[in-house]
Design a protein around this ligand. Structure first.
Ligand code: AGV
Ligand code: CA
Length: 312
């Protein structure tokens, strides 16, 4: 039995690597992909997704463009990474694109895909939750078609990764981009599995991991991932936010293989007001979420590297 997965990502490096990995998984059926321009840009995010599906997938699916725009935009320096992946020669060898773009905006595409997919679907979101919130707003009945949401976002620690004026630093970026959307999803009865910022502490992208992938670059899939991450090289002398963790990739791997991590259920609320916009906090008044708190790092890296080796 394969699991239906709908993937909404925000065009960052690890979002696009996640798409690539998802396409390699057995027991998974990807039913649709959509791109929201948060931690990346829309046009290259869509075209890189099309090319990744063309080159590394065996799916006849469409990719949908989000029309959502966030309250708190991501830094341009991070967003520029999308252009880099889209321009990689390995994705452009053919010089033509086959995978189609949906006529529907992402939130409608999500609604339609859920409706037309037999059985339930797992939602994988590795960026802000805006498109899901809009879909729930427009068609609340889709809740019945959702098995669960697996989301990379939020943090339960005091210090998140937002360092912006008029913010107290307690939030994670995907939640900060559109705090209202997180609140809307929190109001639903959807089962939520969350990879919070701290869930990825055991899987930083170290120079040793880069070296391991470099040594396996004879596999085109491993080379592709190494090339992608080269857009954010290790900056060992710059402290602020420069260590790349395998945020979205852990979230995606967890979707494909739940034995890699341990989860616990907590009760959580979300803040939508300044200066704590996007803060997710443990509180008895909150709703249940299953958060990843431990990762078997070695098994995780073996799992994803095997998926990369498999790609042809
Ligand atoms: O907060 C983590 C989210 C993930 O979905 N993103 C990156 C992942 O795609 C935002 C982010 C935090 N720090 C970053 C980020 C950095 N140094 N570069 C790019 N994006
Ligand atoms: Ca992301």
């Amino acid at each position: 039995m394969s699991t239906n997965i709908y993937f909404n990502h925000d065009a960052g490096i690890d979002d696009l690597v996640s798409l690539f990995l998802l396409l390699q998984m057995d027991d998974v059926k990807v039913t649709g992909v959509s791109v929201i321009p948060a931690d990346g840009y829309l046009e290259p995010g869509i075209s890189a997704s099309q090319k990744i599906i063309d080159r590394f997938g065996s799916y006849d699916i469409e990719v949908a463009k989000s029309t959502s725009r966030g309250m708190n935009p991501f830094p341009k320096e991070w967003r520029m990474h999308t252009f880099y992946v889209d321009a990689l020669p390995i994705l452009n060898e053919k010089g033509e694109v086959q995978t189609k773009i949906s006529q529907l905006p992402a939130h409608d595409h999500l609604i339609e895909t859920l409706r037309h997919t037999a059985g339930k679907t797992t939602l994988l979101f590795t960026g802000p939750l805006t498109d899901l919130a809009r879909a729930l707003e427009k068609a609340p009945e889709i809740e019945e078609k959702i098995d669960k949401l697996v989301w990379m976002g939020g943090t339960f620690q005091e210090v998140g990764n937002v360092q912006e004026p008029e913010h107290d630093g307690t939030a994670e970026w995907n939640a900060f981009w559109d705090p209202e959307a997180v609140a809307k999803v929190w109001e639903s009865r959807i089962k939520i599995e969350m990879v919070a910022l701290e869930s990825t502490n055991q899987v930083p992208l170290t120079p040793a991991i880069r070296q391991m992938w470099a040594s396996l670059r004879r596999y085109e899939g491993v080379d592709f991932v190494g090339q992608c991450y080269a857009a954010c090289p290790p900056l060992v002398h710059v402290e602020t936010n420069s260590t790349y963790y395998l945020w979205d990739v852990l979230t995606t791997a967890f979707t494909g293989n739940s034995t890699l991590v341990k989860v616990k259920t907590v009760s959580s609320i979300v803040h939508t007001e300044t200066p704590s916009q996007g803060r997710t906090e443990i509180s008895q008044e909150g709703r249940p979420v299953d958060v990843v708190y431990d990762v078997t790092a070695e098994a995780f890296f073996t799992y994803i590297t095997d998926l990369m080796k498999k790609a042809v």
